[in-house]
Design a binder for this molecule. Structure first.
Ligand code: ZN
Length: 257
């Protein structure tokens, strides 16, 4: 019985194989701009770039800015080529033959074999390798060949410079924290600074949802001195120096306001 069953199965597979048309190329992943949600970056393409379809991203004071995975996948290369070529770079395998490259990084935030999702910080913008100034060199490849970059299915500008706004990781971008003032209610401001109007208070120990973070006036609180302000609602900001978020500085994946 066992042999007969296997032989029938083999016949079935053969017929199926014969009748099934050649399978089309697997759909490309939905790639997003490789920076946190809400950020705008200038992306440049040029025909003398190597490889030709790569995009160089810049914005003001971008050295050390976080670079995020442009689609879910598995990190399969975290390499430092020293002072040549890509310098410090990360490659993510997205399946179906698709991969993305992030080059000239200042540092790494992932390791080989790690699974990443949209918005995951993989490293920071740098100027390593054969780079003359801080920028992110970004590539999309199919079966190892450089392909024209698409974000959300839309083709990047070839050739030229264009502003790209990131929608990467937006849905999972909210952070959370706990207010810690050692007793006194914390003043909520209409903007990111002590000069803005008071629009209420949050109690010591209250849990808050942080929609985005931005820089404002410097405040010294329970967790030291910080210029970071957390937006906890429309027109509602609190000083991050009084909020336990689990992170020094900005919370990874929470957008800047
Ligand atoms: Zn480049």
């Amino acid at each position: 019985m066992r042999k007969r069953w296997i032989s029938l199965l083999a016949t079935g597979l053969l017929v199926a194989g014969f009748l099934t048309p050649a399978s089309p190329a697997m759909a490309a992943p939905t790639f997003r701009v490789p920076f946190p949600c809400g950020q705008s970056w200038s992306g440049q393409t040029r025909s003398d770039h190597s490889p030709a379809y790569a995009v160089d991203f810049n914005r003001t004071d971008d050295l050390g800015d976080p670079v995020v995975a442009s689609a879910p996948g598995t990190v399969d290369r975290v390499t430092n080529l020293g002072n040549t070529s890509y310098g410090k770079y990360v490659r993510i395998n997205h399946g179906g033959g698709y991969s993305t490259y992030y080059a000239h990084l200042n540092g790494f935030n992932v390791s080989v074999g790690q699974t990443v999702g949209y918005g995951k910080v993989i490293g920071w913008v740098g100027s390593t390798g054969g780079s003359t100034g801080p920028h992110l060199h970004y590539e999309q490849r199919l079966n190892g060949s450089d392909i024209q970059v698409r974000f959300n299915g839309s083709l990047a500008l070839y050739w030229g410079t264009k502003s790209y706004s990131s929608g990467n990781g937006c849905s999972s971008g909210a952070g959370s924290g706990t207010v810690d003032t050692s007793g006194t209610p914390l003043t909520v401001r209409s903007g990111p600074g002590t000069g803005y109007a008071s629009v209420g208070t949050v109690a010591d120990g209250a849990k808050v949802t942080i929609a985005c973070q931005t820089s404002g006036t410097s405040v010294t609180g329970t967790y030291g001195t910080s210029t970071i302000w957390d937006r906890i609602g429309s027109g509602r900001f609190i000083a991050d120096a009084y909020v336990y978020t689990g992170y020094d500085g900005y919370i990874p994946n929470v957008p800047r306001c």
